[in-house]
Ligand binder design. Structure first.
Ligand SMILES: *Cc1c(COP(=O)(O)O)cnc(C)c1O
Length: 495
């Protein structure tokens, strides 16, 4: 099981002396002749002087210390860490796509525009929306765009609405986006079944409500079964319904947010439609709207007119531009390739298998000692599930964090922890469709073993991980690195 190479690679600052960097080079001196005075650097950039081969080796070794979707199961709930098929990488590396400039004229980049146009149409078809913007760089920015669209929509209508409702199971980016858009965030608690309760919702909806932001299936992996009633409540109040598409991979090909009554959606291409994720590359979070909101989308969008694909800049109420040039095109291209290579049937199969894998693992994990499903019932889950280790913690002193760290020692990746925040000692597991039964069984046996260790040898779990290159990190320092010197940061690495 322990196949990783292990070594202790120093930081780049320990490998070389901080130098004058480019200031010493001949090229720099030559360039000085042509540079305006005000652009000339007076002091060196504080990076170590290293030859190219040493830089390449350094980063290659660092990459080999890492764990990723190409190494094995990575069941990080909500994040949808699925394997990225190589065909998409090949297409994204084609010269015709790779070597173009965003400054080129429409006539010269018809292929690129066609990809964007057709991807927009495919996303519309899959989500039940009418028009898409491919500009937002990720889900979080898609939310912000959606919130700005809501704001502008009510401005144009001359309505004064400044509240957005968010369930307590929402991802943190939802309230953050609403707040950044200038709205007051109204949180509603989920009921004992882990859902938005229409009765509670009616109590908070009022004439100040601009909209509700909802993830469906929600972050507990449960389908919001009252979604049609929820949509009616909002629409009856003149409010809008926003769909956080992070979990679209659970239903794609089977159900569409547009048909559920959502007015604005974002999709996370890097989750549902493969494409690299996190450290693997930039994301893409296209936003789709129903036709009555088309004029509010960010500009430009791609249209097909008079036998040509064109940029359209003239949307009447556009919230403006939200990304330089046209969005992260190569990510959109990977998603386009993924959708084409899967076909509608393939996408339906993928979401089915994602749900099946999640439920298979759910049965195995939730019956372990000290582990309880959240909510406490055995209803079928969608593509992910949440368990609480509250009893385990009470009985052994071992926390969900400790369990997650110990899982790393067995050469697989840990689930998401402590999210959704309403679940005490939460583990949130999303295996995705890109693992087989062997991986699922292996994973279940690792979790089982760690739970047994928690009861028999709790110190082993509390002091983990010990088989990884880097030991337990100081998480407080992890989130405030700027207050530390590089040498101090290094010293803390093994915690
Ligand atoms: C990932 C995620 C987001 C944010 O999306 P990014 O693409 O990471 O910005 C929002 N909501 C949920 C439920 C998510 O899982």
């Amino acid at each position: 099981m322990f196949r990783q190479a292990r070594w202790r690679e120093p930081t780049v600052f320990e490998l070389g002396e901080l130098g004058e960097g480019v200031l010493k080079g001949d090229e720099y001196r030559r360039a000085l002749k042509y540079l305006p005075e005000k652009l000339v650097r007076r002091s060196g950039i504080r990076i170590p002087d290293l030859p190219e081969f040493q830089v390449v080796r350094h980063f290659t070794r660092l990459s080999q210390e890492n764990y990723g979707v190409d190494l094995g199961i990575y069941p990080l709930g909500s994040c949808t860490m699925k394997y990225n098929p190589r065909i998409s990488e090949e297409v994204a590396a084609l010269e015709g796509f790779r070597d173009i400039s965003p400054h080129q004229d429409e006539e010269e980049i018809q292929g690129v525009l066609e990809v964007m146009y057709r991807l927009s149409r495919m996303l519309s078809l899959l989500t039940g929306m009418d028009e898409f913007s491919l500009q937002p760089a990720a889900g979080a920015q898609g939310e912000f765009v959606g919130v700005l669209i809501m704001k502008k929509y009510f401005e144009v209508r001359g309505e004064d609405r400044d509240e957005i409702i968010v369930p307590d199971t929402a991802h943190g980016t939802n309230p953050a986006s609403a707040k950044m858009g200038g709205f007051k965030v109204v949180e509603i608690p989920s009921d004992e079944r882990g859902m938005v309760n229409p009765r509670l919702l009616r109590e908070v909806v009022n004439e100040r409500t601009a909209g509700l932001m909802l993830t469906n299936p929600n972050t507990l992996g449960l389908f919001e079964e009252n979604i049609l009633e929820i949509a009616d409540i909002l629409h009856g109040n003149g409010s809008l319904l926003y769909y956080d598409g992070a979990n679209l991979n659970a239903i794609v090909g089977w159900a569409r947010p547009g048909d559920m009554g959502f007015d604005i959606v974002h999709t996370n291409l890097h989750k549902t439609f493969s494409t690299p994720h996190g450290g693997g590359g930039p994301g893409s979070g296209p936003v789709g709207v129903k036709s009555f909101l088309r004029e509010f989308l960010p500009v430009p969008i791609v249209v097909y007119r008079d036998g040509m694909y064109r940029w359209e800049w003239g949307l009447k109420h556009s919230i403006g531009k939200v990304h330089m040039f046209y969005g992260n095109f190569l990510v959109a291209l990977r998603a386009f390739t993924y959708i084409l290579s899967m076909g509608l049937e393939g996408l339906r199969r993928a979401s089915s298998i994602a749900v099946m894998n999640s439920n298979y693992l759910f049965r195995k994990v939730s019956r372990l000692r000290g582990v309880e499903p959240y909510p406490r019932d055995s209803r079928m889950r969608m593509h992910e599930f949440v368990v609480s280790l509250e009893s385990l913690r009470r009985e052994t002193g071992v926390s969900a964090r400790d369990v997650a760290k110990r899982i790393l020692d067995y050469g697989v990746y840990a689930p998401t922890t402590y999210f959704p925040i309403i679940v005490p000692e939460a583990l949130m597991v999303e295996p995705t469709e890109t693992v087989g039964k062997r991986d699922l069984d292996l994973y279940a046996s690792v979790v089982e073993r760690v739970v047994e260790e928690a009861y028999n040898e709790p110190d082993k779990v509390i002091n983990s991980p010990v088989n990884t290159t880097v030991g337990r990190l100081d998480e407080a320092y992890g989130s405030r690195p700027r207050t530390m010197k590089p040498s101090e940061r290094w010293a803390r690495r093994d915690g």
